[in-house]
Write a protein that binds this ligand. Structure first.
Ligand code: MG
Length: 203
């Protein structure tokens, strides 16, 4: 299983980090060792002083495909969940300034919190899904998938030109504005279309 993540897929988030709006999806990978499941706590790593949360809608790939045409792309995912793309923003900023890759900031152990998944048929119009992240009872991020710069189908078509998608792969589809730092003892609750899917603590 691999985790493919899209950066800068919501214009307001690209803007808050002073990044340009991309012409193609910006992608990066997280290894399977990044997966943090079952609402287990996230332990702040020692190598960073600035771990950020990024709540994202996550697609689960249901069959293998490469060079997938956009018009068939919706057949390649059958379940949707929520994830947190934990990011060591201090390391990312340093590496960005030096033109270095982002892996140490994005791909570290447990950097991809992943909820249980729901069948996509249960969620109604997938292009209009509300999702949000609350921390300690305060709303921190609120998104709607209608604001994605690249649709699920465009992302799948684009990525599969380069990387074969396999059953069980996960696709993080980008975060809306409002990212920020997590602190020890924070309690994160993530909701997708009214379903509370994430509920875990920072340790
Ligand atoms: Mg992200």
């Amino acid at each position: 299983m691999k985790i493919i993540a899209i950066g800068r897929n919501y214009a307001a988030h690209a803007k808050e980090l002073n990044n340009p709006i991309p012409g193609n999806p910006v992608i990066f990978l997280k290894p399977d060792t990044a997966a943090l499941k079952d609402n287990k706590p996230f332990y702040l790593p020692e190598f960073s002083n600035d771990i950020h949360y990024e709540v994202e809608v996550v697609l689960k790939i249901c069959k293998e495909g490469k060079h997938i045409a956009e018009k068939f792309a919706s057949k390649y995912f059958d379940e949707i969940g929520l994830g947190i793309d934990f990011t060591a923003r201090d390391i990312q900023a340093d590496h960005k300034s030096k033109g270095l890759p982002w892996e140490l900031a994005k791909a570290f152990d447990n950097s991809a919190a992943i909820s249980n998944f729901l069948p996509k048929e249960q969620l109604g119009d997938l292009t209009q899904l509300d999702f949000k992240l609350e921390i300690n009872g305060n709303l921190r991020q609120k998104g709607n998938t209608s604001n994605m710069l690249f649709s699920y189908e465009q992302i799948i078509a684009f990525v599969s030109q380069y990387i074969t998608l396999k059953k069980g792969d996960l696709l993080f589809t980008g975060t809306p504005e409002g990212v920020g730092q997590v602190q020890q003892n924070d309690k994160l609750i993530g909701t997708l279309a009214g379903n509370e899917l994430l509920n875990f603590e920072i340790k």
